[in-house]
Each structure stands twice: as C-alpha cells, then as structure tokens.
Design a protein around this ligand. Structure first.
Ligand code: IMP
Length: 429
C-alpha cells in the first residue's frame, strides 16, 4: 500500500506540517526521519494551533501511529514539553514510538551550538541554536548518547561520562565557561528516561508492518532540500539529510524492497529562508517586507524574521531533480493575493552568462543575479476557494508557470493554514 514522502523543496518552513496533518487523516503511520528540535512544523486544526518540533504531524488522528526514526536527533526536554502541550489540548500521545537508535541532544550540545555561533560573529551560520549540529557531530564522531541508552542506566552513565570528559575540556578551555556536572546531567537524563521509556523501542519493523496491513504511510521530512548537508548551500545548511533519500537511512528502510509511491515536495508560492547563506531572490525592499508581513514570516522555532523573496524556480527545480518529486504542494498562494504583479526567477545570471543550473558552490550562488519572468497578479482573495477551476485566471496561470518552471506538476495548493483551506489538484495515492 502507498508510501508517500512529504519533503521540503526549498529552505524549510514550506508548510510541511499542514500538508502532513491533512494527509494523515488516511494514514496508519507517520514517520519523521531527519532533523530534530530545529524543526517547527505548524499545524492548525480543530485541537488548536501547534508548533511541532519533534512529534510527527500525524499525532492528531487516533488511528495514526507516529514514529521518530533513527535519523532524528531528539531533545528529551523539547519532546516532553511538546507532549505535555498536546496532552493539555486533549491529544492522545500514546501512539508515539521513538527509535532506540535515535541520538539525543544533550545540554552540552545546546551550549556548544550557541557558543560556536557567537564565536563566529558575522560569519555565523544562523543556526537555530537548538544543539542539533553538535548532536549530529557526536553521532558521526561515535561519542553520542542514544535514546536506547536511557533504558540502561549503567550504559547511560558510561556514555555521558566519556562525552563530558571531552566536552568539559572544550567548554572550560576554549570557551571559558564552567564545566557541566556528570551527576546533574546523569540524574536529569535518568528522569527523562523514566518518562520516555514507554515510547522507546526498535522501530525498524513498524513501517513494514504498517504497509503490510494496507495502510497509508507518510514519511515526514524536516527542513528542506536546499538545507541538505550534501545538496544544500553548504556550509549554510543543516546537519542531516532532509531529502527523500534521507528517509531510507533515517528510518532503516531498504531501497531494494521499499518503493516510495509518491514523493511530494512542499514549496511556498514564493521563497523564504532563515539564517545565513545565499538567497538569489531575496527582496531587501518594501516588497520583501510586505511578503513577510502578509505571510507572517517569522521562524516557528526561533521567532527570527524570515528573509523573503520571489519564487526561485532554479533552486526548486534542482530540488525536484535530487528528490524525484512526483508532485508539488504549492503553499501560501493566498499570501500573494494582493500583488499587482508577481515574479518567478527562471534562470540566474553569473559572470555575464545566463545559467539554469543551481550552482554547487555557495560562493558562486552568492554572485548569481535573478532572471525574472513577470506575471500579472490576481488581486482578489483565494482563501475560500476549494477547486482549481475556481481560482482567478491569473492565479491559475501563475501555478501553471510554477509547474512548468520546475518541471513538476502541482498536486496540492494551499490557500490558508487550516486543513480545509486546500485545493487538491491531483490525487496522491
Ligand atoms: P541548525 O539546523 O539549527 O544547525 O541550523 C542550520 C541552518 O538551517 C540555519 O540556517 C537554520 O536557520 C536552518 N534551519 C534549521 N532548521 C530549520 C527549519 O526547520 N526551517 C528553516 N530553517 C531551518
């Protein structure tokens, strides 16, 4: 039965939470495969408005299991706080499963993220400072602490002890701040372990079992393809693989036996980015300010104002290529409702040449100038429309131009934050 991946096609914040919450109605399982508390998936449904950092966006349906895969880094403090907020709003959180192989964000990760950024000054990456980068560093360095370690206190103490020997040296000698106490960190994580133990298990077989039962399974990406550690605008990227391929490793799926039936890329009808790094279509004028104001473009995790600009088809087309999207969910079309004209960046100008490929180097991308196509705006509200044919002609033309410019059909158009503010253009299995 269908396996559908929902992945960010730009620099994150595309509205994946809404799309997953919507599609999860028919899902028996939703699985997160990358990122960690740096993500902020906004979901607005009859339970209220939520910003989910770690809990998969399928948690609101009583029939949907939610899995945090091995590719995610889990902050127990953030997760427990999120579970509390959900429970307070009457959401049943008992169907959550956390991979015993998922790495944990530790207090020293958060401190190091903050201090590394502060030390870099104007060269900072603009991370979310949630400790995600340092947690993935420890995973690769084989000095990490995993969720499964919370179930074995002797191992937990041993892992924290070895990590702290090294981290305290860095904290005291490089950054001149007091060391962390082994006893305090250990006690705190023992308490987290007591509360999270019911959710931690070997999650590997769960997806196969759900597919075997015939249910829809959704793979929920975090961030976006242009922040991917390999394919994003390195070094201005996150530390994991938010692309469709990352789902295989981040959940323990075999590409030999598992077929993704539909890869859905989520892309805003314009472009935003938070943090540093090149963004060719960024508008540093009143138009950018207007998009930010109309779209309420402020980070869900950090509250930072997002950088705003016109739709970058060169970047999104690259994302379509590396993810193999079958369809795009175009979100926030309604934010453009009032503009008299709207632009799509179809190519870049670099060193006097027009190019249509997304450069692999951030330095080259920084030199690129956008080559725009200008389209008429529709200047009427779209938030109450539910069928593609009811969209104003200029809005239809805009969507058609987006599809053509990224070589991928629109499957969904979102015209507002609520579930029902959605136009289904093509069926998703
Ligand atoms: P980190 O993932 O916190 O290390 O941040 C690295 C870069 O990714 C920064 O530019 C962040 O602003 C960006 N980033 C991380 N998570 C998200 C997200 O969920 N949405 C948008 N940008 C993100």
């Amino acid at each position: 039965m269908p396996l559908v991946a929902v992945v960010g096609a730009q620099w994150g914040d595309e509205g994946k939470g809404k799309i997953v919450d919507l599609l999860a109605e028919k899902a028996s399982l939703v699985a997160r495969f990358s990122g960690g508390p740096n993500a902020g998936h906004t979901v607005c449904n009859p339970y209220g408005e939520f910003r989910l950092h770690l809990v998969p966006s399928g948690i609101f349906y009583p029939h949907t299991d939610c899995l945090i895969g091995n590719g995610v880094v889990v902050s127990p403090a953030v997760l427990l706080d999120e579970l509390k907020q959900l429970q307070e709003k009457g959401v049943n959180t008992s169907r959550l499963f956390i991979s015993s192989r998922a790495h944990l964000v530790m207090p020293y990760h958060v401190l190091l993220d903050k201090m590394e950024e502060e030390t870099k000054g104007s060269k900072a990456l603009g991370t979310t400072r949630s400790g995600v980068g340092p947690a993935y560093m420890d995973k690769a360095a084989r000095t990490g602490v995993r969720a499964g370690d919370l179930l074995d206190r002797e191992e937990l103490r041993h892992r924290i002890h070895s990590a702290l020997e090294q981290k305290n040296a860095i904290l005291t000698k490089v950054y001149g701040v007091p060391p962390l106490s082994l006893e305090e960190v250990y006690d705190q994580y023992c308490r987290y372990g007591e509360r999270l133990a019911p959710f931690i298990c070997e999650t590997g077989p769960l997806i196969g079992q759900a597919l075997g039962r015939g249910g829809l399974v959704l793979l929920e990406g975090a961030q976006g393809a242009l922040l991917d550690i390999d394919f994003g605008t390195y070094p201005y990227v996150t530390s994991s693989s938010p692309v469709v391929g990352g789902a295989f490793v981040g959940l323990g799926l075999s590409p030999a036996t598992t077929k993704i039936d539909f890869a859905l890329g989520v892309a805003k009808a314009y472009t935003t980015r938070v943090g540093a790094g090149p963004m060719t279509t960024e508008l540093l004028d009143e138009t950018g300010e207007l998009i930010r104001k109309l779209g309420r473009e402020y980070g869900a995790t950090t509250g930072r104002p997002r950088r705003c600009g016109w739709f970058d088809a060169v970047a999104t087309r690259f994302s379509v290529q590396i993810n193999g999207f079958h369809g795009i969910a175009v979100t926030r079309l309604d934010v453009l409702d009032t503009f008299a004209s709207i632009k799509i960046c179809r190519a870049y100008k670099l060193d006097g040449h027009v190019i249509d490929q997304f450069p692999s180097s951030a330095a080259a991308l920084r030199q690129c100038q956008p080559v725009y196509e200008e389209l008429s705006g529709w200047q009427c509200p779209t938030s109450d429309l539910r069928r593609f044919e009811d969209l104003p002609p200029a809005a239809k033309s805009y969507v058609r131009s987006l599809e053509e410019s990224v070589s991928c059909p629109a499957a969904i158009i979102s015209v507002g934050p609520r579930r029902e503010q959605t136009i289904m253009v093509r069926p998703i299995p």
